[in-house]
Design a protein around this ligand. Structure first.
Ligand code: CTP
Length: 412
């Protein structure tokens, strides 16, 4: 039986699209980085947001309003003295779930700090009660100037969130802090800010393990598995979007850390266990989506094993790794995973009991659309009270929300 709230709109956006149903006002000010705001605008739309763009007259000299109009399918607000627009901005300010200013110039920060409204962007910022995210872009000397420092401290103390600027090569050719944060970071920071503002997991600490482990055979070889960490990272993003503090303990995987998520990188089961012992000291939930290796080579070779060492072949002696879930005492609500190729229910129920879990998320890794490296998953949740819930094939992000709903229900 599938929970009906899973596919519904909710206070945290919707479960398929992270910004589904959200109204985002995007303010663009006059920096060379303004062209990147077009990419940001596109990414916000892809994440499901309705975007309304407001530009300063300086921004219009870098990028045309037509660009944003085409991306959003809406008029862009620029001119403060056009009667229709003056009313429109108040409406935009009222409607918005968040205001993102990207790029924000030094001048924009100064105006925001003082409460001056020389343009439609700062005017909207003053008129809105929605949370504000600022992504500055400017020369490094301007960013580090005491005036700018003071302005950003003022804004921070008023609850304005910042993302970036990043260090790197600036438009002037100099190196330093001043580059606009990447659009993907800005979207992540926005999702985190909305989570902090209205998420149902604010104040909670959620620990997620993700990815495989690598157990060394010699300095260049290891025993591993096909886990990519996608499921764990999707859970981490969903929890972050709902306002939780999220710690991911990750095996060796190639995924970027989601904005605002704390990450501890490990290689072996021993390291994963040690990292989780620390991370779960004050956690409200432990979600073990990692695929730790069950066995490790008994004595890894100090030097690379050579072909010529044994003409007949090589026999590896393996010893059992500790079971992390069975070894860790608490962690809050305990959630395990069971990736199976047969007898899903039988194995899942045995693991549920043996590992002292509140519930276990089981999937058949041989089924189409489920398993390693996919964007989707089809899971069945077995609860410790015997309840069984079957879910349709859905995005790993949506599965993450379904898991978190059940974690939250345990706290309540
Ligand atoms: N797990 C763990 N420590 C291990 C192995 C697994 O904590 N050394 C956790 C996994 O993260 C998962 C759950 O236990 O949440 C089930 O993992 P799985 O590999 O399916 O089961 P195992 O207990 O290893 O049993 P088997 O490999 O025989 O199926």
């Amino acid at each position: 039986m599938t929970d009906t709230i899973d596919n519904q709109q909710s206070a945290i956006g919707n479960r398929q699209l992270p910004l589904g149903g959200r109204r985002i006002a995007l303010g663009v000010t006059g920096s060379i980085a303004a062209y990147k705001a077009a990419d940001l605008c596109s990414k916000l739309r892809q994440a499901g947001a309705e975007v309304e763009v407001i530009m300063t007259s300086a921004a219009v000299r870098f990028v045309t309003p037509l660009t944003f109009q085409s991306l959003t399918g809406r008029d862009v607000i620029v001119d403060m003295f056009a009667a229709r627009e003056a009313e429109a901005h108040i409406e935009v300010a009222r409607r918005a779930d968040a205001l993102v200013i990207a790029p924000a110039t030094a001048d924009c920060l100064a105006n925001l700090a003082v409460g001056q409204t020389p343009d439609m962007v700062t005017l909207t910022a003053l008129a809105t009660r929605a949370p504000i995210l600022v992504a500055p872009a400017m020369d490094a000397h301007m960013w580090e100037h005491p005036a700018t420092r003071a302005n950003r401290e003022t804004l921070r103390s008023r609850g304005v969130s910042f993302v970036g600027p990043n260090e790197g090569r600036l438009a002037t050719g100099r190196m330093g802090a001043g580059r606009l944060a990447e659009p993907v970071e800005i979207v992540g920071a926005l999702r985190a800010m909305l989570g902090r503002a209205s998420g149902d997991l604010v104040g909670r600490v959620i620990v997620v393990s993700a990815g495989p482990t690598q157990e060394p055979i010699d300095p260049v070889r290891f025993i591993g598995n096909h886990s990519t960490g996608k499921m764990g990272f999707a859970i981490a993003e969903a929890a972050r979007d709902r306002g939780a503090r999220v710690v991911v303990v990750a095996g060796p995987i190639a995924l970027e850390t989601p904005y605002g998520v704390e990450r501890v990188d490990v290689k072996t089961v021993a390291q994963m266990l040690a990292a989780l012992q620390v991370a779960t000291r004050e956690s409200d939930a432990l979600i073990m989506s990692a695929a730790p290796a069950d066995f490790r080579p008994e004595s890894p070779a100090e030097h690379k094993i050579k072909k010529a060492d044994d003409a007949q072949g090589l026999t590896l002696a393996l010893v059992k790794n500790p079971d992390i879930l069975a070894t860790l005492p608490g962690g809050g609500v305990r959630v395990g995973f069971a990736a199976e190729t047969r007898d899903l229910a039988g194995y899942a129920k045995t693991k549920l009991a043996a590992k002292r879990l509140h519930f276990i998320v089981a999937n058949d890794v041989t089924a189409a659309g489920s398993g390693f490296g996919t964007e989707t998953n089809q899971v069945t949740i077995f609860h410790d009270d015997g309840q069984v819930e079957e879910f349709p094939l859905q995005s790993k992000y949506a599965v993450g929300h379904a898991i978190l709903d059940r974690v939250a229900a345990r706290w309540n």
